[in-house]
Design a protein around this ligand. Structure first.
Ligand code: SF4
Length: 453
C-alpha cells in the first residue's frame, strides 16, 4: 500500500478517458490519492494518444515540461500510459530518459508492482497486450467530468485492421466485457444520478459475449433506468445490426443519434483503406437508418489525402458528404503511422498543401451543411439534458438534444442534470439557441410528442 498522491493527464479518445478512470480505481485501491494538479503530485501519468503525429508531439512537449518539475522534486515519478506506450516504448524509455514507467493499455493492473521497480531504482515497463483483459471487475473512479454524463467501455481492441489505423497495434485484438459487469456499472451510475451513458468500443457492433450481441446489450442496458438516456460509439458500417435500428426507434431513452464513420467516398479509396463496404452499401445503410428512425441525426469521420488519393476520389468524398448531409463530422488530414498496413504497403504521397486544401474544402462544405441543417431546427421542440453552465455566459445553461446537438438557453430556474423541454429560436453551424418551456422527463416528453404528432 502507498500513500502517494497521483495526477493523470489524459489525451485522445473517450476510451483513454475511460481507462484513466480504471487506473484511478487501481491506484486508489493501492492507497494512493488523486490530485488535480501536476505540481501537487508524487506520481504523474500521461495517458497518451497515437492516432496522429500532432497528438504525439503534444505529449513529448508535456514530458519535457515534467522533466523540469522532476529537477525540483527528485522523488517525482513520471509515467507514460496508453497508445504511445504501446507504439514507441523503446523511444520513450531509452532515447529520452524522460520517464520512469511505461505501461500499455492492457497492463494497468501491474502499475503498483511497476512502482516497486522504480523505488528499487529501475525503469519499469509492461506493454504486453492481452486477449482477455477487459478490467470487468474494476469499478472506474470518475474524478473529473460533469457528474451528469458518463462513458462505459464495453469492449477493448479491434480486429478490423483499417490500413491507416494504429489502434489494433496499440490496443490489441477485440474482446468483449461480460454483460453482467456492464449492467452493474450502469446501475451504479444510475444510482449516483448520472442521466446519460455512452457505451464505448472501437467497434461496438462487434460486441459479443457468450450469445449476447450488441443489440441485446443495448436492450438490457436501456431497461436499467428509462430516465437515463444511452448513446454508443463507435459502430462500423460493415455489420451494423438492423434490429438495433428498430430498438432505437421504439425505445425513447436510446438516442436518435448514430456516429457512422465513412472515412472516404469512393470504392477505390475504401478498398485501399481496407474498409469492407462500398459507397453504395454505405449509402443504403444510411437510407435504411433514415427509413427506420426518421429524425435520426448522423455524424461521421472523414480522412483527406490518404495514400494515392486522386482529385476524383476527393470529389467522391465531397459528394458523399453532400448526399448524406451529416449533422456533424470529424475531419482530418491523413497522418502516416508506423506499423500500419498503409505505412508498410503504400506511400504517403499526397503533398501536404494538397492535403490541406482538400481538408479545407471538406470542412467548408460541412460547415455550410450544418448551418442549413440547424436552421431547420428553428421552431422545433427538443428535450435537452443540462450538462452545465454555458461557456458563453453564467446566465445561460448548455446541454445536448437527444440528436446530440449542443443547445444554450437562459438559466431561469433550471439546473445541471435537468431534462428541459425547449423550443429552438436561433442557430449557427455549431450551436442551437433555445427558449426553455418546462422541466420534463423522457417519458413525459415522448408521451407529449406522440400525442402532438
Ligand atoms: S475500426 Fe478501423 S479505424 Fe476503427 S479502431 Fe478499428 S482499425 Fe481503427
Amino acid at each position: 500500500m502507498s500513500n502517494k498522491r497521483f495526477y493523470i493527464e489524459t489525451y485522445g479518445c473517450q476510451m483513454n478517458f475511460a481507462d484513466t478512470e480504471v487506473v484511478n480505481s487501481i491506484l486508489m485501491d493501492d492507497g494512493m490519492s488523486p490530485v488535480q494538479a501536476a505540481e501537487d503530485a508524487d506520481i504523474i501519468f500521461v495517458n497518451t494518444c497515437s492516432i496522429r503525429e500532432n497528438a504525439e508531439t503534444r505529449v513529448w512537449n508535456r514530458l519535457k515540461e515534467f522533466r523540469s518539475l522532476k529537477k525540483e522534486k527528485s522523488h517525482l515519478t513520471v509515467g507514460v500510459m496508453g497508445c504511445m506506450a504501446e507504439r514507441i516504448k523503446e523511444k520513450i524509455i531509452d532515447q529520452e530518459q524522460l520517464v520512469d514507467i511505461v505501461v500499455g493499455p492492457d497492463a494497468y493492473r501491474d502499475i503498483p508492482n511497476l512502482f516497486k521497480e522504480v523505488e528499487d531504482g529501475r525503469k519499469a515497463v509492461n506493454v504486453l497486450l492481452s486477449l482477455e483483459e477487459t478490467y470487468a471487475d474494476i469499478t472506474p473512479v470518475r474524478t473529473s467530468g460533469n457528474g451528469v454524463t458518463a462513458f462505459v467501455s464495453i469492449m477493448r481492441g479491434c480486429d478490423n485492421m483499417c490500413a491507416f489505423c494504429v489502434v489494433p497495434f496499440t490496443r490489441g485484438r477485440e474482446r468483449s466485457r461480460p454483460m453482467s459487469s456492464i449492467l452493474r456499472e450502469v446501475q451504479e451510475l444510475s444510482d449516483q444520478g448520472y442521466k446519460e451513458i455512452t457505451l464505448l468500443g472501437q467497434n461496438v457492433n462487434s460486441y459479443k459475449y457468450e450469445d449476447i450481441d450488441f443489440t441485446r446489450l443495448m436492450d438490457e442496458t436501456s431497461k436499467v433506468n428509462p430516465e437515463v438516456r444511452f448513446r454508443f460509439s463507435s459502430p462500423h458500417p460493415k455489420d451494423f445490426p438492423e434490429p438495433l435500428l428498430h430498438l432505437i426507434a421504439e425505445r425513447p431513452n436510446l438516442c436518435n443519434y448514430i456516429h457512422i464513420p465513412a472515412q472516404a467516398g469512393s470504392d477505390t479509396m475504401l478498398e485501399r483503406m481496407r474498409r469492407p463496404y462500398t459507397r453504395q452499401q454505405y449509402l443504403s445503410l444510411i437510407d435504411r437508418m433514415r427509413e427506420i428512425i426518421p429524425d435520426v441525426s448522423l455524424s461521421t469521420d472523414m480522412i483527406a489525402g490518404f495514400c494515392d488519393e486522386t482529385e476524383e476520389e476527393h470529389e467522391a468524398t465531397m459528394s458523399l458528404m453532400k448526399l448524406v448531409e451529416y449533422d456533424l463530422a470529424y475531419m482530418f488530414a491523413y497522418s502516416e503511422r508506423e506499423r500500419t498496413l498503409a505505412h508498410r504497403k503504400y506511400e504517403d504521397n499526397v503533398p501536404e498543401d494538397v492535403k490541406k486544401r482538400r481538408l479545407t474544402q471538406i470542412i467548408q462544405q460541412q460547415m455550410s451543411i450544418q448551418e442549413k441543417n440547424n436552421e431547420k431546427e428553428i421552431g422545433r421542440r427538443h428535450l435537452v439534458l443540462v450538462e452545465g453552465t454555458s461557456k458563453r455566459s453564467e446566465e445561460q445553461l448548455s446541454g445536448r438534444t437527444d440528436t446530440n446537438k449542443m443547445v444554450v438557453f437562459d438559466r431561469e430556474e433550471y439546473q445541471k442534470g435537468d431534462y428541459v423541454e425547449v423550443e429552438i429560436i436561433d442557430s449557427t453551424s455549431a450551436t442551437l439557441k433555445a427558449r426553455p418551456i418546462r422541466k420534463s422527463s423522457i417519458a413525459e416528453f415522448y408521451n407529449r410528442e406522440t400525442v402532438a404528432v
